[in-house]
Design a protein around this ligand. Sequence first.
Ligand SMILES: *Cc1c(COP(=O)(O)O)cnc(C)c1O
Length: 229
Amino acid sequence: MSDDTIQERLEGIQAKVNAACEKAGRDPSEVRLIAVSKKQSPDKIREATEAGLSVFGENKVQEAAAKIPLCPEGLTWHLIGHLQSNKTRVAVELFDMIHSVDSLKLLQRIDQLAADCGRTIAVCLQVNVSGEASKSGLTPEAVPDVLEGATRCINVDLVGLMTIPPFTPDPSEAAPHFRRLRELRDQWQEEYGIPMPELSMGMSHDFEVAIAEGATLIRIGTALLGKRG
Ligand SMILES: *Cc1c(COP(=O)(O)O)cnc(C)c1O
């Protein structure tokens, strides 16, 4: 695989996305690919843009802040990793979407800083649906409070939910976790009247399973850009 170019890997992934969508009776335009570029060089990112990619995911604010100025201009950057409170201002300046909001306090801080910058920022709430202790994210029980608070935010646009299921060698075992995220989304969007069209779920090894369960944002690193440096 490592001998393939990004262009070739991208074509392979797109074929799998299309097949998974067809099987699920979904339109492939509903699924957006985030190229996860953490620990990848600006050169690698440039090669990815030449293959047609324009939306990149980073998991650390500091790494992104150092790297983005070295990358082609006009790209869209998403934060997919845990955000520490003291890095929120920089995050709001760099990113168009934050997938990993895991507290009401953080949501409110993003809202306030986005207002200071005169912008709106899209966010997803990260939900730990499996209950796995090592995973960050809100427990499903903690989400209603955050949704209540979100209705009072002006500069954050809560667009959906994100999850990372426990790693299992057989990706089909992730299906119940993805399905649960979709069911919770359906329930909460009804209860709180907040439209949440986005489900950020699925990575290199399980994106086809995630698409079958309704993923709209798939976050793919190694299968696309190769091993991380
Ligand atoms: C690293 C990372 C990914 C991509 O992982 P791959 O297995 O390389 O596709 C996706 N989502 C998050 C939150 C990550 O940290």
